[in-house]
Design a protein. Structure first.
Lengths: 510, 106, 682
């Protein structure tokens, strides 16, 4: 019941903060958000499950209670964790308090609503990663959009309405496509499943229970379902060419929302891709390996090239997220232990690093009120600590060894270069790896022109170092990134336990 | 009387009812005055009533007649509300022309 | 006896702790944390000497210390690979440990004079950077597998970024730092692909032992073993060549070989002690050291060897020509570094493993010496680096002059200074192996041609700086330097004179004296070492055979030495004629159009800048495409639905009669359709 308790803590906390006065809503929300964090550490320390939750592995902290009956199939409150979802669960509970802390300075209106929405989003995010019943999962999945919509639409930048609506409509339309895809699978399974529980469905598909549906043969149903779900999740990830909502949303969103958007919301897409497409339909995934790998590589290179062309610091980081997510897709599609494990690890690593980058850019924005590369120079002179951490974070983004990003990328590359499931794997891998050069190019250029050189910024006030509560979350994130880079095994071992059954699901000829 | 009525084939009643209905429909579609509107609606309802009664007679089943009575009661209620609406309409727009108040569009 | 090898991690960790201390508490410490750094590097140095002594006592060490990511379970693709950190102590790494820690120690001491006494700000950051730099390099040196080597290789790159960009408030250093990291990152891209390829091919990246990747590659080529994977269609030899070239990409980047050498002259923007560290013992040395470390792999693929040799020889000559026209002291030294590392690469490619390590050693000392000497001059000249403003410093700063002269003689390869012995051995190896191999012979000839050029620019520098009349006010009255500058100079100056003694191969060959080729015996595991990592082993599995000129081995030795020494003296003499005069003038104009080409570094910087701009253009194009086409489609969908909705909503006219009409027509239409399909009209 501890999972429920943590989610309930966030949910009740959201309601409490909604009703709290604005003056101390921030502090209250921070205190409340520590409860899920401490709880998730407890979950982590006691975690012993092995295997993949969907493929018959142990499910830690599981609860399954019948809830409804829909169309002859039961819907249950079914939550639990395995080696893939636990790291993301911990990532969420870790990022939310830090994001709340980073909101103290910039958010100066309607605080109680802001922090309430943050906690409400946390509750739903935790639900997404913990839910093991499709209906339950889908409810959380959609409910995440609502607080994010308001966070962007109310506290965002000048074009916030456009960005919020684009974000909401785009991802929601994609969800619909995904829903249709999944439902066609469920219907094609017919009577062989009696519930919407994901493990049952995944195992039924693996057992070959897919039947003919409306005269469509099972292979065709599976392929159509795969494509529909893939497109649906591709928007969320986002994969080129479905990425254009992301820079707009990031640029308009307030810093804390950006942190959660890049840090956790994007991972929902890749997590779902792994859980649904690659775990349930490995045959289809390996049939489509070449096109998927191609768009992964395109995402990496094209995203990096776009980042190179940007002048807004947040846009740079936003596009580089597109690039990083390309690595994740590549790791998933190669179907090796290191590939899928590395992709999952990269989700966590990128969550931390992009969170750090958005937060640091936010701290600088608080002081300068501009994010444009040409408008400022030599910020290192005025904000040495913030800039120091930003530089460290940027190197983390470039995949500096002994930081989390390198571990994730390296695992993916090791897994993908000689992957038997992907034809021309060495070519795809080598092309994708060139991203590490471009990422260094744009981040170093942006840093050189904004952070270094003689100080330049037109303001009518003195620009000074950031407050302690602004810098502290940055430092905490940096430490986490380094710890994860030096000892990736603290997550990678459990991830690998959960990734191996997925890999075993695919058969390779030759 | 009953015998005479029953000896007329039902298709005649249907034709009559259709004619009345069409007159009513024509009124609804072409008239602009709300009062004509109301009267045309009455015509259409009575066309339905004719059918009810005719089939009740044909099948010897009283349900149709009961329904016709219901419709008459309904029509009375409707006229009450309809006139009320027309009065409000006139008070607000100074006319009973139904094409003038087009506030409830896009 | 306590085991020295147990303390190897401490060698790496001590400078790392000094990094932490300087970063965290440097501003509260005297001298900005300098003493912490000195103590740490001194400790590392002593431990390194102890470790070297233990190796001399006949022992070696190869131990996995930490599992970075644990061994995998079942699965498809590469499994059971171990991603580990470990320590490999053999004669090569023990020697390198001593060099790196010694130079780092001296650089720390020198920094007291160069940074603290000059009133620089940000000293904690500086010493933190130095500490991390040293720690990364030491971690790289002791690495027992390619992955760990790569990781510390990258950290070395990070530190060079931080230190080159130390003066971040000025426009130049951040730009140079960016260039240094970016250009080396370009090389490291290939290196990383190579690391991944090694894991995929062999399932291990260990350097030493029967299960190491060089041993596995050897076995597979012999047919007595097999590899886990080769990409489809490629035969093993080709694939191993590709892998070797990929790893070589990182080497070319870090060791500043053509065409990725352009970052190094710019890196002179960093503080001079940092330049000394980068050039002598850390970053640039890392590339060559890596080739030496996995030499057992490279000797298996003749093509790679030939490429290494040719690139090295070409770089040696190419960089030397550019050094001839530079006006700034540190610029000349920068090009000399590129050129000297070219020699080392030539040696490695020519099968002269020992010669390369020898030159790495002597170069570390004399190049550190030259940079620190230049630093001393720069202090004296109030940070003016233009040699045309100097002159006559000989009498004002004798310690600096005589040590600098010793370093210059070594660099120019004049008998009997350290550089002569090592450079001579390189050329000898290239010659005897090159007589059977035209490509190698080409490398040798270019290396030989570079000798007089090197001597010329070296002594042009010496004469312009120290000889003649002072050409500016600061040169007439230079600032004096203290013990913390002179001390390191003296130590390095003596080393530049005597280091050649560790490897007197020509003397041994000519006079028949046994046992004075210490370095050869050291690297041949005569005292202690690890099976498969000896110079003999490399020679056995290498592709080369020796051939001699007239007079057999002895004759070739003598002829080779005489030719290279003669050429060096020729260059020196020319410099003497042109520049050892009271008021020298620029003679570069005599070169005509070539001068511009040389002065602009063959326009390679321009080429790279052009490439960078073209990349940015492509990025701009991609951005336009993204905003216009891709986002245009997204916004297009939304505006189509918006306008569509706007049109359709006109139906909602608000006129009741129209609604009624629509209703009626709708019903009629529906009836007609149903009737038509339902067959009512038939």
């Amino acid at each position: 019941m501890i999972l429920e308790a943590l989610m309930a803590a966030a949910f009740v906390g959201a309601l409490t903060v909604f009703l709290a006065p604005d003056e101390w809503a921030g502090r209250l929300a921070f205190a409340i958000s520590l409860i899920p964090f401490v709880g998730s550490l407890y979950l982590w320390s006691g975690f012993e499950a092995g295997g993949n939750a969907l493929l018959g592995g142990e499910i830690a902290y599981a609860t399954q209670i019948e809830w409804l009956e829909v169309g002859g199939r039961s819907v249950s409150w079914f939550v639990g964790l395995d080696g893939i979802s636990l790291p993301l669960f911990v990532l969420t509970t870790f990022l939310v308090p830090l994001a709340i802390l980073s909101a103290w300075t910039p958010v100066d209106a309607r605080q109680s609503q802001f922090y309430g929405l943050m906690l409400f989003m946390e509750a739903n995010l935790l639900g997404v990663f913990a839910a093991l019943d499709f209906f339950l999962w889908f409810v959380f999945w959609e409910a995440v959009l609502v607080p994010m919509y308001f966070l962007i639409g109310i506290w965002g930048g000048p074009r916030r309405k456009y960005a919020a609506i684009k974000f909401f409509v785009y991802t929601n339309a994609a969800s619909l496509l995904m829903f249709i895809g999944f439902m066609s699978l469920v219907f094609a399974l017919g009577d062989s499943v009696s519930s919407f529980a994901l493990p049952e469905i995944a195992q039924a598909i693996a057992a070959g229970d897919l039947g003919t549906w409306f005269g469509i043969p099972p292979d065709r149903v599976a392929m159509v379902a795969f494509l529909a779900m893939f497109l649906g999740f591709a928007v969320k990830v986002p994969i080129v060419p479905f990425h254009t909502w992301l820079p707009d949303a990031h640029v308009q969103a307030p810093t804390p929302a950006s942190v959660l958007l890049a840090g956790v919301l994007l991972k929902m897409g890749t997590y779902a891709l792994l859980r649904f497409n690659f775990t349930m339909l490995p045959e289809q995934a390996s049939m489509l390996a070449i096109p998927i790998a191609a768009i992964a590589v395109i995402s990496v290179i094209y995203g990096a090239m776009l980042a190179l062309a940007q002048k807004d610091l947040k846009r740079i980081v936003a596009y580089s997220s597109v690039s990083s997510m390309g690595y994740v897709i590549l790791g998933l599609v190669v179907f090796t232990e290191y590939g899928i494990g590395g992709a999952t690890f990269q989700m966590v690593a990128h969550g931390l690093i992009s969170g750090l980058m958005f937060m640091a850019v936010g701290v600088i924005y608080n002081a300068t009120h501009t994010r444009m590369v040409g408008d400022m120079a030599g910020m290192a002179d005025r904000m040495p600590v913030t800039v120091g951490i930003l530089v460290a974070g940027a190197f983390g983004y470039m995949g500096l060894p002994l930081m989390a990003g390198f571990a994730g990328e390296f695992f993916i590359f090791v897994g993908s270069l000689s992957a038997p499931a992907l034809p021309y794997a060495p070519v795809f891998t080598a092309l994708a790896m060139f991203g590490i050069v471009i990422v260094a190019g744009y981040l170093l250029s942006a840093m050189q022109s904004t952070l270094f050189g003689p100080f330049e910024l037109e303001t009518d006030y003195e620009v000074g170092p950031a407050a302690f509560h602004d810098v502290a979350p940055l430092a905490v994130l940096l430490v986490a990134i380094i710890v994860l880079g030096v000892a990736p095994d603290i997550f990678f071992e459990m991830i690998r336990d959960a990734a191996v059954p997925v890999v075993e699901g695919v058969t390779i000829d030759g | 009387m009953t015998a005479v009525a029953a000896s007329i084939p039902p298709s005649w009643y249907l034709l009559l009812a259709s004619a009345v209905f069409c007159i009513g429909l024509f009124g609804v579609l072409t008239r602009r005055s709300a009062l004509y509107f109301l009267m045309s609606v009455e015509l259409m309802m009575n066309a339905a009533n004719i059918n009810f009664v005719a089939f009740a007679l044909y099948y010897g089943d009283l349900t149709g007649q009961v329904f016709a009575l219901f419709v008459i009661a309904l029509a009375a209620a409707e006229v009450a509300i309809g006139i009320g609406i027309i009065l409000v309409l006139y008070r607000n727009f100074g006319t009973t022309d139904v094409t003038v108040p087009a506030e409830m569009r896009w | 006896m306590v085991n020295a090898f147990a303390y190897v991690p401490a060698i790496v960790l001590l400078p790392f702790f000094s990094f932490l201390v300087a970063l965290g508490a440097g501003r509260y410490l005297p001298k900005g944390g300098a003493f912490g750094g000195i103590a740490a590097t001194a400790g590392s140095f002593l431990l390194s000497v102890w470790v070297a002594a233990t190796v001399a006592g006949g022992r070696a060490y190869d131990e996995t210390l930490y599992y970075w990511a644990s061994e995998g379970g079942a699965g498809i693709g590469p499994t059971d690979i171990e991603l580990t950190f470990g320590v490999l102590i053999d004669p090569l790494s023990a020697l390198m440990l001593v060099i790196v820690t010694l130079v780092a120690l001296l650089v720390h001491v020198f920094s007291l004079g160069y940074m603290n006494d000059e009133g620089e700000t940000g000293l904690p950051r500086y010493y933190a950077g130095l500490g991390l730099f040293t720690a990364s390099m030491l971690g790289f040196v002791v690495a027992d597998n390619l992955l760990m080597a790569f990781m510390f290789f990258e950290l070395v790159g990070l530190c060079s970024y931080l230190l080159i960009g130390f003066h971040f408030r000025e426009p130049g250093p951040p730009s140079a730092a960016k260039k240094a990291f970016l250009v080396t990152r370009f090389g490291d891209y290939f290196f990383l692909v190579g690391v991944v390829a090694v894991f995929a091919t062999f399932g291990t990246a260990q350097f030493a032992g029967p299960e190491s990747f060089p041993a596995l590659a050897d076995a597979a080529l012999n047919g007595s073993g097999s590899v886990a994977w080769t990409p489809g269609g490629l035969d093993l030899g080709t694939w191993l060549t590709v892998v070797g070239l990929l790893v070589l990409g990182g080497v070319v980047g870090k060791s500043a070989q053509f065409p990725l050498h352009t970052w190094l002259p710019d890196a002179m923007e960093g503080p001079t002690p940092v330049s000394a560290l980068i050039h002598a013992a850390t970053m640039v040395a890392a590339g060559v050291y890596l080739v030496a470390r996995m030499y057992g792999f490279y000797v298996l693929t003749p093509t790679t060897m030939a490429v290494i040799a040719f690139v090295g020889g070409f770089t040696a000559l190419f960089a030397a020509t550019m050094g001839v026209v530079k006006d700034e002291l540190k610029q000349v030294l920068a090009y000399s570094t590129i050129s000297q590392y070219g020699y080392m690469m030539l040696a490695l490619g020519a099968g002269g493993y020992v010669a390369a390590v020898f030159h790495l050693t002597t170069h570390a000392f004399f190049k550190a010496l030259l940079f620190l000497g230049a630093g001393s001059v720069i202090i004296a000249m109030h940070h003016n680096e233009d040699m045309w403003d100097m002159g006559g410093l000989k009498s004002k700063m004798p310690v600096t002059y005589y040590t600098f002269l010793a370093g210059s003689l070594a660099l120019a390869g004049i008998f009997p200074f350290a550089g002569f012995w090592s450079k001579d051995e390189i050329l000898y190896e290239a010659l005897v192996h090159g007589l059977n191999d035209p490509l190698l012979l080409g490398g040798y000839l270019m290396g030989l041609l570079a000798v007089p050029v090197t001597a010329f620019y070296t002594f042009r520098m010496v004469f312009l700086t120290f000889h003649g009349e002072p050409r500016s006010d600061t040169a007439r009255d230079p600032e004096s330097v203290r013990w913390n500058v002179k001390g390191p100079l003296t130590v390095l100056g003596s080393l530049a004179v005597v280091t050649g003694l560790i490897n007197m191969v020509p003397v041994q060959k000519v006079l028949g004296l046994e046992g004075i080729d210490l370095l050869h015996r050291w690297l041949d595991n005569e005292w202690g070492g690890i099976e498969g990592l000896s110079s003999h082993h490399y020679a056995d599995i290498g592709p080369y055979s020796s051939a001699y000129l007239v007079g057999g081995e002895v004759g070739t030795v003598l002829v080779g030495a005489a030719v290279s020494l003669g050429l060096a003296l020729l260059g020196l003499g020319l410099a003497w004629r042109l520049y050892n005069v009271p008021s020298p003038t620029e003679h570069t104009a005599k070169l005509g159009g070539i001068k511009d080409v040389l002065y602009n570094n063959y326009y390679l910087d321009e080429l790279q800048v052009w490439l960078a701009y073209r990349t940015e253009d492509v990025a701009g194009g991609a951005n336009t495409f993204d905003q216009g086409i891709i986002d245009g489609v997204v916004n297009g969908v939304s505006s189509v639905s918006l306008t569509g909705g706007g049109r359709i909503r006109k139906l909602q006219s608000g006129v009741v009669s129209q609604y009624a009409a629509l209703l009626t027509f709708g019903l009629v239409a529906l009836l007609l359709v149903l009737g038509a399909t339902g067959g009512w009209f038939l």
